[in-house]
Design a binder for this molecule. Structure first.
Ligand SMILES: [Zn+2]
Length: 512
């Protein structure tokens, strides 16, 4: 009898944990595209599905395919927001990323009223390439219709391994898409092992770097090794251990971690092929024929599942399984595109007596300095008082952010007859990452658009994109929206619904 109850409990629990009805995996590329088009129909103000190969006139993919890209954003807020890009697998038989990205899109739509998700939809453009290899997806094979490996054809140390230089329409479309945008963060999903991989893929073998956490050495180290390493370790912690733990054994540069070189891979190109900004890479790039590339992207190549095409039940849902891991991957990377601050206090709420302001710092690895400026009479930037300066994480590699669970506080004593508090919080972040490794090899500046923007006040980049002119201007101090709290009057309980990801966050969601 006990056994029966146990089995029944397991069945009920499994039904709850893996709650998607019908087929989790689409049977074809066409079906997957159809799913996205249905989302677009249901959420027309947030989702656009388009054929990037037609937009950039790159032709049809061999096998007769179009390359569908998806844009997820609150369209009413325009199209000049920080952009991120996630590719369905270039290797057709590695299915976890390709399929789970659809569930990420669906999940974001279903949670678009959640305060943080709403903020991301209002302040980011999230691009998805449905599949970078539709032929391989349909035929359950690694290569495209020509037998080419689409992760060996990019114009960075291209050596002709199972590929032509930008031979595929898939590759040429990606190149055009990136050149016509200002992508900050990106990824190409993989499977077959469990790793978070970052550049380089085959160059600068002799440049070694030590993990600032453990001292472990990595070869093929890029100038932004410290940022890549710290950010990917934090990403791995957040994604969790469903498919296996991420730590310094499986988070690292491509050859140091996977054990072989990957010349012509997308990751190294997307990171380093802007030779105007990164002249040390000129010898690996055929810009003489192809022109300069608009790279400088924080690009990571996750290997999610040891089985390349795992069974449906392993995909799970938004809480557990590979779908949950891909959702977390995209949220973490989308957040990092630009620093920002959000209040924990509810705007326009009432407070009785003294006020404690609470805020969190997002989109970064470390908070070097943060404080509030507040006023009882309107704009705090004009006549405000400065709160306590917090700088205990200054110069560290990690700490003080939303991702660390940190909530900053300022208690304000309210004088008599005051009826309003106005406040803006400020933060300076990620200063340690301004200095890169091996300046004798690379020059002393970051290759990453996102790091230059937040650590170099003089940085300016103007990109003529498909969405218009995008300007990225160096900025050291980031500020929150204006917070207004009314004093006295109606007494309401203080807002303490805190958006912390992970377990506590899921608990909070369950109750709501
Ligand atoms: Zn792969």
């Amino acid at each position: 009898m006990k056994g029966v109850i146990l089995v029944a409990a397991i069945i009920i629990f499994s039904t709850i944990s893996y709650g998607y009805k019908g087929d989790i995996k689409p049977h074809s590329y066409d079906e997957l595209v159809e799913w996205y088009k249905n989302l677009e129909k249901n959420y027309p103000e947030y989702i656009e599905v388009f054929k990037a190969n037609e937009m950039y006139k790159t032709g049809k993919v061999d096998g007769g395919y179009d390359l569908y890209y998806v844009c997820i954003t609150n369209e009413s807020k325009g199209f000049l927001k920080p952009e991120v890009l996630f590719l369905g697998s270039p290797h057709g038989d590695e299915t976890v990323g390709t399929i789970s990205l659809y569930y990420l899109a669906k999940w974001m739509m279903e949670n678009k009223e959640d305060r943080w998700i709403k903020w991301l939809l209002d302040h980011r453009e999230i691009y998805i390439e449905v599949s970078h290899n539709p032929y391989g997806f349909d035929h359950h094979c690694r290569q495209d219709a020509n037998g080419w490996d689409l992760n060996r054809e990019a114009d960075y140390d291209w050596r002709g391994e199972n590929s032509e230089l930008w031979g595929s329409v898939n590759g040429r479309t990606l190149w055009q898409f990136i050149n016509h945008h200002a992508i900050r963060v990106g990824c190409d999903f993989h499977g077959g092992t469990r790793m978070l991989l970052y550049p380089w893929g085959s160059t600068h073998k002799n440049i070694t770097a030590k993990s600032p956490f453990s001292g472990k050495r990595y070869e093929y180290a890029p100038p932004d090794f410290n940022f890549y390493h710290a950010a990917c370790l934090r990403l791995g912690e957040y994604m969790g251990g469903y498919g296996g733990v991420f730590d310094e054994r499986n988070v690292g540069t491509i050859p140091s971690t996977i054990g072989y070189e990957a010349p012509g891979c997308i990751a190294a190109w997307a990171y380093g092929a802007n030779v105007k900004e990164c002249p040390a890479e000129d010898k690996f790039v055929d810009d003489e024929d192809n022109g300069n590339y608009n790279c400088g992207i924080f690009w990571v190549s996750p290997e999610l599942s040891r089985i390349k095409d795992p069974p449906s039940w392993e995909f799970g849902n938004e809480k557990r399984g590979y779908i949950s891991e891909v959702i977390k991957f995209v949220l973490h990377q989308t957040d990092l595109a630009q620093p920002y601050l959000l209040w924990v206090n509810e705007n326009n709420s009432f407070s009785h007596g003294n006020v404690t302001l609470r805020w969190q710092v997002y989109g970064c690895m470390v908070v070097d300095e943060t404080y509030v400026v507040y006023s009882f009479y309107g704009n705090p930037l004009k006549n405000g008082m400065k709160g306590v300066v917090h700088n205990e994480y200054e110069g560290m590699y990690r700490g003080g952010t939303y991702w660390d669970g940190k909530i900053w506080e300022e208690r304000i004593d309210i004088p008599e007859n005051v009826s309003d508090v106005y406040a803006i919080a400020f933060a300076r972040v990620d200063g340690i990452y301004k200095n890169t490794i091996a300046p004798y090899e690379y020059g002393n500046h970051s290759y990453l658009r996102i790091i230059r923007e937040r650590t170099d006040a003089n940085y300016i980049e103007v990109v003529n994109t498909t969405d218009g002119i995008e300007t990225i201007k160096g900025n050291i101090w980031w500020r929150s929206p204006l917070l207004h709290i009314k004093i006295g009057g109606i007494v309401e309980p203080e807002e303490d619904y805190i958006y912390i990801m992970g377990e506590r966050w899921q608990e909070a969601r369950k109750q709501s």
